[in-house]
Design a protein around this ligand. Structure first.
Ligand code: CMC
Length: 438
């Protein structure tokens, strides 16, 4: 019995025998995947639901076709639109990478200039944003403020709901890439009780962000070029990472056809978690807790006993050294040349050395990920740990938007709505509280 589409000519199919019924099914294999909907056609009778895939955490489920980012986790390869991350980090800049991610190709000189101009002139936010940011408590986490304020932008730009219009989509993309640093910097200033600094359109994207963060009474804030470059590289490294948890959140919320500000604010929320963007903050806390090199063996024992987790290690996709971690390790050296070294670096290096030789980590292919060294650099910039994830979010914004853009134009996409395996009670008789509590 063949209920599902016929075998393809070149044997790209899977034959399934359902031992419950003895029926056989041919399921086409396309791009190394089978369609879950094809499995749904496998059923014992018309009354029972079709076969489904149980995959908590989507560990082996492709949710989309995408041409934005390629990762080979076993070989430690990361490419944006086909360009290796190492080359982009060395020779490009964040705005050009953002253009590449959004448009799918590198810009000509004229295209780049127009892009840079557009982004620069949309960095200002409505004055009312300032008022509601002042409404947060003095100790509000900047990531919570960022999530709320990005979401709130949807109320300032109701036209953003018109997601079918390419020109309109472009406008919101420009606005969001432009305004994220302003919102991020203002969240930081709020926590410090310092006045908000308006964007300076004479400065480049990353230099302007540093100015909004750190400018006080000086006429112009000019950050050390080496620091600007290092932060720009960090933004590039974080710009996209295919279907990670926050991108999946953006796509999932975006699949309802909501405006992109609401979708990206969901991404910011997902990124906030300690297993995702919050890991670099956790790395620093961990390094501080370890305190000195002598305490590392005891800490590693705790990890192996399951009482601790080595934060900044391990990755769902990379089963090799995360290529971003390699670049960041090098960036750390450049930054420390300007700021002086971070004493925690010594502990991190030793921890990495010991972990990479330890059977527990080797067997599980646990290597440093992007977050292992990034926190040390951010700290050298004098960012408090709460700001680390905000920096990640600013870098990730073009990636979220490139993925959102792809989603809204993809005819195969539907509203994201997973199945469940129901494990609860059924058909209970409800007794009103007046009787139950009598
Ligand atoms: N320390 C100790 N053991 C670990 C770690 C770790 N950091 N990561 C994974 N393991 C163990 C895990 O306990 C499991 O062991 P066993 O097979 O004995 O049960 C095995 O390795 C496989 O781990 P997993 O939890 O099934 O892997 P996952 O793909 O579900 O999780 C991860 C990936 C990133 C959540 C996890 O490695 C982790 O929690 N790492 C620490 C947090 C971290 O650094 N996160 C940043 C990720 S990179 C930036 C980003 O994308 O946001």
């Amino acid at each position: 019995m063949t209920d599902v589409p016929a075998v393809t000519a070149d044997n790209q199919s899977l034959t399934i025998r359902d031992n419950r019924t003895g029926s056989e099914y041919d399921v086409p294999i396309v791009d190394g995947t089978i369609k879950a909907a094809d499995l749904g056609k496998i059923r014992t009778d018309d009354e029972t639901p079709g076969l489904a895939v149980y995959d908590p955490g989507f560990v082996n489920t492709a949710s989309c076709r995408s041409s934005v980012t390629y990762i080979d986790g076993d070989k430690g390869i990361l490419e944006y639109r086909g360009y290796p991350i190492e080359q982009l980090a060395e020779k490009s800049n964040f705005l050009e990478v953002a253009y590449l991610l959004i448009h799918g190709a590198l810009p000509t000189k004229a295209e780049y200039d127009a892009w840079e101009h557009e982004i620069t002139y949309h960095t200002f936010v409505h004055e009312n944003v300032k008022s509601f940011m002042h409404g947060f408590r003095y100790d509000a986490h900047p990531m919570g403020m960022l999530m709320a304020s990005v979401g709130a932008l949807s109320t300032f730009y109701p036209d953003a709901r018109n997601i079918d219009d390419p020109a309109n989509r472009h406008m919101q993309i420009v606005r969001m890439i432009a305004k994220m640093p302003t919102l991020g910097a203002w969240s930081f200033r709020h926590a410090q009780g310092k006045p908000f600094v308006y964007p300076d359109n004479d400065l480049g994207y990353t230099a302007n962000f540093l100015s909004m963060l750190f400018k006080m009474s000086e006429k112009k804030f000019e950050a050390d070029e080496r620091l600007v470059k290092a932060l720009d590289v960090l933004f590039i490294l974080h710009a996209d990472h295919e279907q990670n948890a926050s991108t999946n959140a953006v796509r999932s919320v975006g699949s309802t056809q909501v405006d992109p500000y609401s979708a990206v604010s969901a991404g910011v929320g997902a990124l906030f978690g300690p297993l995702h963007g919050g890991a670099n903050e956790a790395v620093l806390r961990m390094l501080r807790r370890i305190g000195s090199k002598e305490n590392i063996p005891a800490f590693i024992d705790g990890v192996k006993d399951g009482n601790e987790r080595l934060m900044g290690f391990g990755h769902r996709v990379y089963k090799n050294y995360d290529p971003r971690a390699k670049i960041i390790k090098k960036s750390a050296e450049d930054v420390f040349e300007v700021t002086g070294t971070n004493p925690l670096l010594e502990i991190a290096l030793e921890l990495e050395k010991i972990a990479l030789e330890d059977e527990y980590f080797v067997k599980r292919k646990l290597y440093p990920n992007v977050d292992f060294y990034s926190g040390l650099i951010y700290e050298a910039f004098q960012f408090p740990p709460e700001m680390f994830t905000v920096l990640f979010a600013i870098g990730r914004t073009p990636g979220w938007l490139a993925q959102w853009l792809e989603l809204v134009q993809d005819k195969e996409q539907k509203i994201a709505r997973p199945k469940q395996i129901y494990t609860g009670e059924r058909k209970l008789d409800f007794v009103a509280s007046s009787e139950r509590w009598a």
